[in-house]
Every structure is written in C-alpha cells, then in structure tokens.
Design a binder for this molecule. Sequence first.
Ligand code: O2Y
Ligand code: MN
Length: 609
Amino acid sequence: MTVSTIPGLDAAPTTHAKLLAWVRETAELTEPDRVEWVDGSPEEWTRITDLLVENGTFVRLNDEKKPNSFWCASDPTDVARVEDRTFICSKDPSGAGATNNWMDPDDMKAILTERFRGCMRGRTMYVLPYCMGPLNADEPMLGAEITDAPYVIASMHIMTRLGTKALELFTKDGVEQSFVPGLHSIGAPLAPGQADVAWPCNETKYIVHFPEERLIWSYGSGYGGNALLGKKCYSLRIASVKARDEGWLAEHMLIAKVTNPEGVSRYIAAAFPSACGKTNLAMLEPTLPGWKVETIGDDIAWIRIGADGRFYAVNPENGFFGVAPGTDYHTNPNAMRTIAKGSSIFTNVAMTDDGDIWWEGMGEPPAHLTSWKKADWTPSSEELSSHPNSRYCTPISQCDTRAPEWDDPNGVPLDAIFFGGRRRDTVPLVTEARDWQHGVFMGATLSSETTAAATGAVGVVRRDPMAMLPFIGYNAGDYFAHWIEVGKAADSAKLPKIFYVNWFRRDAEGNFTWPGFGENIRVIKWALERIDGTAAAIDTPIGRVPAPGSLDVSGLAMSATALDDALAVDVEEWQNEIPLIEEWFEKIGGQLPSSLKDELESLKQRLTP
Ligand code: O2Y
Ligand code: MN
C-alpha cells in the first residue's frame, strides 16, 4: 500500500500543516493498515475499550463491582519504567549530564528509524492530540502522540485532556501553535494472517527524548510512563527543559490544599520518589480533628512565578496512575472511593472470580484469584497475586477530595515544598531548611531506597534529587543551578518554605518509628505553624527539627522513645552520609553550583565536634 492509499490518512480533522506533515511522514515510515484520529469522546472510549476486550487485552469487570472498568495484564517483561533504556539525546553530551543516558541525536535517530520502519504493519496508527494542564491556560501545553496501542488511547482518555477539544487549540486565530510530537510504537508488526497477543511489545525498548527539538520517540513498551507520552516524557523530561529555558519548574510533586480548623487554607507541594506515598499524601484523611486535605495532583507539578512574585503550581494531569498494592480503605480511602466509581483501568493487579479486582494490602484475600500472570492464585500461592508496580488509572473528576481549584489554569500559590525519601535510618521525620539555598541542597542530596516503579533492584539507597533522578531532561548540575535562580527570581519574602520528611525511618528492631498515612497531617501542621511562626524548632547541624512538645502527638499511641527515635539527628550517621554526598556531587561534575558546594562545606563544619 502506498502512503496515499492508507485509509484514514486524508481524513484529518485539522489543517495544522506541521501536524499533518508529521502524521504523513510517520505513516510512510511505519506503514500501518489504517490511520485514525482520536477525538476523546465517550463513544470513542466505548469503541476502544470494546476493541481491547475483543483483542483479549482487557477484561470487562463486573458492572456492579466496578462499572465501566477493565482489568488487564501486561507482558511479564513489560511492567515498569525502563530507566536503563531511557535516553536524553541532546546535541552535546553535557546537555544530558551524568545522571542520564545519552546518545548523539543523529545516531539515535538512525537506529530508531530502522526500528520504526514498517513497525505498524497490520495495525492501526492512532493520532492523539492532547493538552497537558487546563485547556483554558494562557499558553495551553499541547502534545500529539502517534501510537499503535489502543491501550494508550484508553489510558490517555483518563490521564489527559484528549481529542477534539485539544486539537481545536492547535490553531489559534489562524496561527498554528507549537506542540510536542511523541511517536510511540509497541514494535510488534503483524504479518498477514498472524494472530495477535493480548499485550504485544518488543523485548528491545527505547524511551528517547530530543530536548532541543522537544521531541519524544518511544519504542517497544506498552506500559505506563514508557507509553503514555504525556506523563513522564512530556510533563517532566521535556517540560523541565522548557521550564529551564523559560524560568519555571516542572517537578515530580503532588499538590494539595490543607485547611486548618480555623478555616485557613494553604497549598503545599511534595516531591517523593516513585512509589513513596505521593498519592496517599495528596488524598490524605487527617486524623487531627478539624483539619482537611484536598487533592490537586498526585504526581506532577508545573510551578511558575506569578505577577505577585509567588510560586503557583498547576497539575498537568487529568487522572491518577497510582500504585495499587498497599492501597486500601485504611491507607488511602479516597483512592478506593475514586476507583469504586468505575471508569478505571487496572493493570497487573489480580482479578476476583466475580469480576472485581484485588491486590496485596486489601485485607483478607479471596479463596481464588486470577493473578497478574493470568494464573490461578490462592492464598497459599508463593507468588504475589499482583505485580508490585501494578496500577489503577482513574479520573481526578471522580475524586471526592479534589479541590475546586484543581484545574485552575493560574495554579495555586505554594506555601511549602516538602522533599522526602524512603530511608530506614539517618533522615529524621521532618527537618526545616534554613533558607531557599539550604532547601535546594536538601533536595539535591535527597536519597531514597529504590522501589518497583522502575525495573532494577529494589531497596537500594540512591540519590534521587528532588525525586527527579529519572525525569530531569538535562544536566542535573544545571537543574540545581536553575532551582537556585528561580528562587532568586521570586519574591524572597514569599518563597515557599522547604522541609525534608522521612515517613519510613525504622528503629533498632526494624519497626517503623512513625505511623504514617493520616497521621502525617501532624508533620504538615508543624510545618505550616513554622510558616505562621507559632511552632518551636531546634537547630541541628542538618536543619531545624521540632522542639520538644511542638509536634502535635495528641491522641497518638506513641511512646516518647519512639518519637525521639523518629526525630533524632544522629551526628555519626550524618558524618557517614558526607562521603556519599561528596561522591554524588563529584558525579554531577563541573555544572554543580558553587552555592551547593558551600552548603556541603557548612554541613561538614556543623557536624564536626
Ligand atoms: O509509569 C510507570 O510505568 C510506572 S511509574 C509511575 C507511574 C505513575 C506515577 N509515577 C510513576 C513514577 O515512576 O514516578
Ligand atoms: Mn511519579
């Protein structure tokens, strides 16, 4: 079939020349059987989910349990982000820096062009126009994904503003607007008559970003952040580059509104590494009477400086792609209520015999399940029923705790930024930074034990600066410098205060020292009272921690020793941390700002007896 005869190619619902040219060129390269433009309508959702059921990718769940919802299991080799296959192809290697995989853009394009050649044979090529963030933003953040995976369409229906309403913004007052093109293929062409599999993918994967061109190419994986290109690829890696160039921040942060019993509301953002509880905090049910938390976003924040010199945060997403295991009515009742309303996709969890879903952490397991590996599973099975990185994908609009301003195009003004990691030792429950520069140092040296959100070893401590290690689209040293600069560009009196939290510290017996979940409101309360100047703190070598009696533990069954353990700053442990930070800073190399070196020197001095 020559490109001009590919059905659907000429049925484009736009006159946007660059978009049309890119679609045509891609069809020429990938040779699909047909082209379809995605409109984002409810009818399309029904058609695509029906198709996915027919293909064997989706199983429709019991409408009485999870209405309009679907279960699916990926190929067991395609279950998480592939950091070792993720590339930043800047023109110069220093543009990617020491924390990213780099390849020359022309070399990468040569390799991938051959991978993409004919890769959509036997399949439909879908064109997805979408917008990250509100459609009514001054500058709507447009993207277009070309994909051969209908699973991506169903997921993007939930996670983005998708289809016609986004496409309308591609041309404004007759002027063609720029957009981020993202080419995605599962890399599994079908020969004539060849039967498909439920989760086609390719064992070779590439997740590639060309930052100067604001371009994304993804090959071989159909899963999550590898395939839904609006999420990590656009909203973090490409957006962080755009943000550097334009003076704002694209961050791996939840955004929440916190209201105290007096009715005073404040907005916070928090950067925790993948699968460290951002969604739980974004939907937190406070245990302290009179406190309320409302959700604005659970994974990504775009932070701009407003005309008044304050930081304003927008959530670019339209849904939650949350970690399933461990989520239940105890740990995150709001997530459970959100998915109970239906219209959700569950990937790599277990399915019950009556067409519902189940995962580890949901209480007593049923006597029989179908596991994420599509095998019979009983409570005596040795394997987990659900993959540790299994996910629910559900619309924010269904979340009862969403704040009314969750999709305000101007964003919400931030009062506090929390950095946090998963550390069994060393890092106390909460530490307040002395000032912006010290806070940036805390973020730049953030460390955490790895989780199942990415492939590779789990539980290994690594530096994860600002929880952005896998998502900084450029040189990490330049990224730290940019944080410092953005702080200078804002009104210094209105900068958010920075705190560093660790909900995961353990005692000598290996037990968690802090109960976490809804009790975390106590830490947030202390932080907000620090902003108000009403809570006391003591200075330590690493920053300020709650003074005795200043952290509200009323009604909490927690011994004084456990609280001391949670808050302790152990000088010896921190002295042991210094060589690790030095090693980290050496790795960052010449672009590391001198102000952060100064911070390290001051910390060393403060730790010296
Ligand atoms: O995208 C995936 O494959 C899972 S990773 C993920 C998904 C949603 C939100 N955040 C993450 C992450 O790794 O940070
Ligand atoms: Mn994330």
